[in-house]
Design a protein around this ligand. Structure first.
Ligand SMILES: [Zn+2]
Ligand SMILES: [Zn+2]
Length: 239
């Protein structure tokens, strides 16, 4: 079966996200748009996932716990996990590797942490926009240890993407799915990177405002309607 997904959405924890990007608003918008599964993937932090997980439990939306990691090469990687516990374990990896610089709200914006009713209960203090100390190779190792999946984010973009910053995707990395922006001409990209043929392509919104969350326009083919099946598909090599 096909699940309609959007696996790259930012909550108000990401300093660049709109103030309306609260856990309840995101999940309600996903329901309005009749999606089956979404991932909340804030920059370098998982602190809104537990609440989003609790909210999603009472709906028919599958919430995939995730994070958008900035590696030390300044490459954005969407990392997805099959349980909230594993995502929270990955937070410990993030805590060890985040740069110890306080966020400047006046320049970068707020980094809100919410409760189950969308009340702001705190702000994450360290700046989430900076690169972490994790290299791409180590990120793959750490996420794999937790049975998660890594998807290089928006590979067509001219900044913070694996292609813009490294020039290519190393076949050594155990990566089988890449993210392509909406409305992007994949055939153009393929001219310079013919090996991309071997990768599964997924489109996500990278939404920072509610309206940008995808309609039913991007799907993952799964065996069963659950997180593990979604992750298995994204891990699998293209035949
Ligand atoms: Zn990004
Ligand atoms: Zn993003």
């Amino acid at each position: 079966m096909n699940l309609e997904v959007d696996l790259h959405i930012h909550s108000g924890l990401s300093p660049c996200a709109d103030i309306t990007m609260t856990p309840n608003n995101i999940i309600n918008m996903a329901r309005l748009k009749r999606l089956d599964a979404i991932a909340i993937t804030d920059h370098n932090c998982t602190k809104n996932l537990r609440v989003a997980w609790e909210i999603a439990k009472s709906t028919d939306i599958i919430l995939v716990p995730g994070v958008e990691l900035t590696t030390k090469e300044e490459v954005h990687l969407v990392c997805l996990f099959d349980s909230i516990v594993k995502a929270e374990y990955f937070q410990k990896v993030l805590d060890r590797n985040i740069s110890n610089i306080k966020n400047r709200i006046d320049v970068f914006g707020n980094q809100y942490i919410y409760d189950i009713n969308d009340e702001i209960i705190g702000e994450y203090e360290l700046m989430l926009m900076n690169a972490t100390e994790l290299s791409i190779e180590n990120a793959v190792i750490e996420v794999k240890k937790l049975n998660g999946v890594i998807i290089p984010a928006h590979i067509d973009r001219s900044s913070f993407s694996i292609l813009s910053n490294l020039g290519f995707i190393s076949p050594e990395l155990e990566i089988n799915t890449v993210e392509i922006s909406r409305n992007f001409n994949y055939n153009e990209l393929k001219k310079d990177h013919p090996y991309l043929e071997k990768y599964k392509k997924i489109t996500n919104s990278d939404a920072h405002i509610l309206g940008d969350i995808l309609e039913r326009e991007s799907f993952v083919e799964v065996e069963e309607k659950n997180i593990s099946s979604i992750l298995e598909t994204l891990k699998r090599k293209e035949p």
